[in-house]
Design a protein around this ligand. Structure first.
Ligand SMILES: *[C@@H]1O[C@H](CO)[C@@H](O)[C@H](O)[C@H]1NC(C)=O
Ligand SMILES: *[C@@H]1O[C@H](CO)[C@@H](O)[C@H](O)[C@H]1NC(C)=O
Ligand SMILES: *[C@@H]1O[C@H](CO)[C@@H](O)[C@H](O)[C@H]1NC(C)=O
Ligand SMILES: *[C@@H]1O[C@H](CO)[C@@H](O)[C@H](O)[C@H]1NC(C)=O
Length: 318
């Protein structure tokens, strides 16, 4: 049975090769620049991480119904011994109306993504950004361009400004669009380190919106093609091993298909001959009935093909 299985395998490969190449093409097109903001693909696992789920957007205008998971404010993190609490949004400016931010121009107040309040003053620890990235296996994002750092640099242009590094940790049990932000620490009151636990940091096999994956119709088409392939392969195996058919007759429901093909061919012949007659009337009516029996030639062709396939079978079986 080795030749049979090898020929079946070949048939299966022929049918699935175009499919797999199509899939590979669509896979490689999902490169980084086609991803929407705040979505990143892990270079090691290939999973997609969509942090938009934990990005809080402003509540809609009052006339509209409030959305299901609309929040009053941004994420909060207790500062504990730092002496101030932090307010942070992911990939978006904070919802809170921040004013009089130390060392930040008025025009950039509305883009502050993280801040804290200390002794009545508002310090920005980073401007909005939406490009998370992977450092090794770690999903991180940073905000830069906050208030000036304390010390020698204070009032020295933009040489040193407060910034924030966020490390995202997967927490499968938490509901989607929930996040727990914890302040880890700061060494120099210039760079602030946070840990963010959320199920949005667990990764998904496909980017949820926007990216052009397989449409439902495409998935259905592939399933249909696989069904057809299974029908052909299984039918061939059955006809060969159980019914001992050879040549084209080993195809499942050969007579049915042959009938359909004959019917289509007959229809084509009728169509062509009537069209031809139309033209012949205009040109030379003497070329009338040269090909009177197209059926005979076709039957001969199929017999020749059957003989050829049988011959190949015998060669394989040797
Ligand atoms: C930080 O928030 C907690 C409650 O969330 C509050 O008890 C504490 O006083 C706040 N700390 C400061 C410095 O505002
Ligand atoms: C605020 O952020 C938006 C979106 O990233 C950007 O288009 C805009 O230029 C920023 N504004 C300022 C003042 O930086
Ligand atoms: C901050 O993020 C940018 C990309 O958004 C990256 O190029 C840069 O290396 C990051 N800086 C640090 C200190 O992680
Ligand atoms: C700003 O700081 C740099 C060192 O980072 C120093 O060389 C420079 O003189 C400072 N400029 C002013 C105006 O203080």
């Amino acid at each position: 049975m080795k030749p049979l299985s090898s020929s079946l395998l070949r048939l299966l490969l022929c049918i699935t090769a175009p499919l797999s190449s199509v899939y590979a093409a669509s896979d490689s097109s999902g490169s980084k620049n086609s991803l929407s903001p705040c979505v990143v693909r892990s270079p090691t696992t290939g999973l997609f991480y969509d942090l938009n789920a934990i990005s809080i957007s402003p509540p809609p205008a009052e006339a509209e119904k409030p959305r299901k998971n609309a929040r009053e404010g941004s994420w909060h993190a207790r500062g504990h011994d730092y002496g101030a609490n932090f307010t942070i949004n992911i990939c978006a400016p904070v919802l809170e109306d921040v004013k009089d931010v130390v060392g930040v121009d008025r025009a950039r107040w509305k883009n502050v993504s993280a801040y804290y309040e200390k002794e009545g003053k508002v310090y920005s620890i980073g401007q909005q950004a939406s490009d998370p990235f992977f450092r090794g296996r770690k999903l991180v994002m940073n905000y830069t361009d906050g208030s000036p750092c304390p010390g020698d640099y204070l009032g020295n242009g933009s040489s040193h400004t407060k910034s924030t590094i966020m490390s995202f940790l997967c927490e499968r049990d938490s509901p989607a669009s929930q996040a727990t932000v914890s302040f880890v620490g700061t060494m120099d009151q210039c760079t602030y380190f946070f840990e963010i636990r959320s199920s949005a940091a667990c990764g998904a096999t496909a980017p949820i919106p926007t990216n052009q994956g397989l449409s439902p119709a495409g998935v259905f088409g592939i399933i249909a093609l696989i069904a057809v392939a299974a029908y052909l392969v299984g039918g061939c195996a059955y006809q060969r091993t159980v019914m001992h058919q050879r040549g084209w007759r080993q195809c499942p429901n050969y007579s049915l298909w042959a009938g359909i093909v004959d019917f289509v061919k007959d229809m084509l012949v009728i169509l062509l001959s009537s069209v031809g007659r139309l033209f012949r009337f205009k040109r030379s009516p003497t070329l009338g009935h040269t090909r009177s029996s197209p059926n005979y030639g076709r039957r001969g062709d199929i017999d020749a093909e059957n003989r050829l396939i049988d011959q190949l079978d015998e060669e394989w079986e040797d």
